[in-house]
Design a protein around this ligand. Structure first.
Ligand SMILES: [Zn+2]
Length: 538
């Protein structure tokens, strides 16, 4: 009896388990092997991946946390597949200029059947920002009905000297492709093209081209406003040429577009014609969900998540390889999730429940996480926090952690405290213009008010310092991110992933043994959403 009574106290004081770099590496090796076929949702690699994750969670001593006592949550999707090649051409100043699909332009549609544009006038909207609170509306006075809306990537501050209305270099949500496309669709645009520049897009054209024609996915039932019939990227060189032919100066217009007085301009008399056909098929993918039931307050939840999917089988690269193994993105995060689950399974049971979620279809637009957040298996109002594992680089032992999208929640102070236990400094991410906070699964929770934290092993490496860390990250983003070459390397040192996992594990463990409800900072748009349900958290 005495022993039973003292267990909770002992458990809180027990030292945390150690996250193993070697075990993470072994999982990464398995998950990114060709046998898993790049873990494409609804492709042949899915079943094997789901089976592996469920088996690992079971071995960690967790219980199924999915639907009907299973390890899974069905995620109903629609797959949009291109039928035959697309064609795109521009007519400008009396000349017809065909645009090479994949070379100068990409075109996608989520409308089933054949979509044809016939000489739709082209309009340049600058950065396409809608921010009434800042007195900014790039759409004001623009008639986009049936027209092609052409945007710059990113937000107006990125290349502006000094801080601007949009918080300086860091990307605001309105600067994302999806936000501009939605605003243009609402205004009746027939097509949306964003000019690709590597820095604000945060990935090279080669990656855009690599995805051209690949199937896209959406959640079922289709909700929200209809998208523009066609959307795509326009290569910068093609944009510069188009503007020149139309008698406009692309670079000069870019500078003008940084000012809130900028208004949409017709791209001379340029019109765009395009044709493509899409087949829409209902399909089902799955999130994997494991649960560790809390001992004291099981109805309160802490979530650890990582997307299990990668880009699967697709077009062959120059060497004929068709599998984008996703070893870093995101076998590494998935492996770390499994190791954290194992650490919890071995240790004393926490007071709050923990959910471990392997999300599907992150690469298709955070679809698995969106579906979970819209159909949660534990109430979001009493989900204390979400920790996301999506590391994007393999590095050795680091002296720092990179915080993604800092300045949003008091979980960041917890991060600093736990990191310092391990001799790690917390630094702001290096490329805030890439908008990483909006680009992984935790965002689906943030928009519904659940405090969410994302961080990665940092750039300051024990061996080689920041120069080595910067070089590793830049090389990964330029050469391997989302490509066939994101494959397992036996020489990898996963010490950085283990550090990241250790900190995430201890953060979650502390929170799961506390009564604290993390908060959003003042002025963060998700704060009022969370506060609306404050009465449910005591
Ligand atoms: Zn990822």
């Amino acid at each position: 009896m005495a022993l039973a009574l003292s267990l909770p106290l002992l458990s809180a004081a027990a030292p945390p388990a150690q996250i193993s770099a070697e075990r993470i590496k072994a999982h990464v090796r398995t998950l990114s092997s060709d046998a898993f076929a790049g873990r494409g949702p609804t492709q042949i690699g899915e079943a094997k991946t789901l089976e592996y994750l469920a088996a690992q969670f079971a071995a960690a001593g967790l219980e199924p946390g999915g639907e009907k006592g299973s390890w899974f949550q069905d995620v109903p999707l629609i797959r949009y597949e291109r039928v035959g090649p697309a064609t795109v051409s521009v007519r400008v100043a009396g000349a017809t200029v065909p645009l090479a699909i994949g070379g100068q332009v990409t075109a996608a549609s989520s409308i089933a059947g054949r979509t044809v544009l016939d000489n739709a006038p082209m309009v340049f909207l600058g950065y396409g920002m809608v921010a009434p609170e800042l007195g900014w509306n790039s759409f004001e006075g623009a008639d986009l009905k049936g027209k092609v809306a052409v945007f710059l990537a990113g937000d107006p501050d990125f290349e502006a000297p000094g801080a601007g209305a949009f918080g300086g270099r860091s990307l605001v949500y309105g600067g994302r492709f999806g936000a501009k496309a939605a605003a243009a669709a609402k205004a009746g645009a027939a097509a949306v093209l964003v000019v690709h520049e590597t820095a604000p897009a945060s990935y090279p054209w080669s990656q855009v081209a690599g995805n051209e024609g690949a199937p896209t996915f959406g959640l079922r039932p289709v909700a929200g406003a209809a998208p523009a019939p066609i959307s795509g990227w326009l290569h910068r060189d093609a944009a510069v040429d188009l503007f020149r032919r139309a008698g406009l100066d692309y670079e000069a217009l870019k500078v003008r577009a940084r000012d809130r007085s900028f208004r949409a301009v017709a791209i001379g008399n340029a019109t765009l014609s395009a044709a493509l056909e899409v087949r829409a098929t209902p399909v089902v993918s799955r999130n994997v969900v494991a649960r560790l039931r809390g001992m004291g307050r099981p109805d309160e939840t802490v979530i650890f998540g990582a997307h299990w999917d990668a880009n699967g089988i697709g077009a062959a690269d120059a060497a004929g390889d068709t599998i984008r193994n996703g070893a870093v993105d995101n076998a590494t995060g998935t492996a770390t999730l499994l190791e954290i689950a194992r650490a919890f399974g071995r240790g004393a049971r926490p007071q709050r429940s923990i959910l471990f979620i392997g999300y599907t279809a992150e690469e298709k637009g955070l679809l698995g996480a969106e579906y979970y957040a819209a159909n949660p298996l534990a109430p979001l109002e009493t989900t204390a926090a979400v920790f996301n594992l999506d590391p994007h680089v393999v590095i050795g032992r680091a002296r720092s952690l990179d915080l993604i999208g800092g300045g949003r929640t008091d979980l960041e102070q917890d991060l600093v405290r736990v990191a310092s236990r391990h001799g790690l400094r917390v630094e702001d991410e290096r490329s805030p213009e890439a908008g990483w906070y909006f680009r992984s699964d935790h965002f689906a929770f943030a928009t519904r008010g659940v405090p969410a934290l994302a961080f990665r092993a940092g750039r300051d490496l024990a061996r080689g310092g920041k120069a080595a860390g910067d070089a590793a990250i830049e090389a990964y983003n330029a050469e391997h991110y989302h490509q066939t070459s994101d494959a397992f390397d036996p020489a990898w040192d996963m010490a950085g992933a283990a550090q990241e996992g250790q900190v995430a594990y201890e953060l979650g463990r502390d929170l799961a043994n506390s009564r604290r409800w993390p908060r959003w900072n003042d002025n963060v748009e998700y704060k009022p959403i969370r506060e609306a349900s404050a009465a449910l958290r005591r």
